[in-house]
Design a protein around this ligand. Structure first.
Ligand SMILES: [Zn+2]
Length: 166
């Protein structure tokens, strides 16, 4: 699957549940998909994990991380559930912090890139962003604008900046 395919899958989920405004209710999406979410204090370098236990998808989110980061983690794990359900069977999938900065040579990294693209589009959907901006371009140097957008979409400022790099 391409990165665009991952983004499209996120848009399909938003459409399915009639979500047209920010902040996107990622907890509700998890519930609708039948995902059981557990917030727990993990080591700082662990952001989240997902696996299938007795046929139920269980996602763990590091409760010690900032709330907006927890939302991104949950959206990332939902990405694995929607896109890569097969990798959650049998083994626990563990996500560590700063995957983005790693070299993406191995096949597993492609899955992480796809899950991040899914999460980014789920939390910062193209059409809601465009409607919010009203045709303007985002000035990434404008810290106030990035902070305002991040607050509205309940994502970290770095996630919002990364969203516009593509
Ligand atoms: Zn992952």
């Amino acid at each position: 699957m391409s990165i665009d395919g991952a983004r499209q899958a996120a848009r399909d989920v938003l459409k399915q549940y009639g979500i047209t405004t920010a902040p996107v209710p990622v907890d509700r999406i998890a519930r609708e998909l039948g995902v059981r979410v557990q917030f727990a204090p993990f080591d700082n370098e662990l952001s989240g994990m997902a696996h299938i236990r007795d046929g139920v998808v269980v996602v763990g989110v590091n409760s010690l991380h900032a709330p907006n980061r927890q939302r991104f983690t949950l959206a990332h794990e939902i990405g694995h559930v929607v896109l890569h359900r097969h990798i959650l069977e049998g083994a626990v999938h563990v996500d560590r912090v700063l995957l983005r900065d790693r070299n993406s040579s191995a096949g597993t990294d492609l899955l992480e890139i796809q899950a991040n693209a899914f999460a980014s589009e789920l939390l910062m959907p193209t059409d809601i962003l465009e409607a919010t901006l009203g045709g303007r371009q985002v000035v990434l140097d404008d810290d106030v604008e990035v902070a305002t957008l991040a607050k509205k979409f309940r994502v970290s400022e770095s996630a919002m900046r990364f969203r516009f790099f593509k």
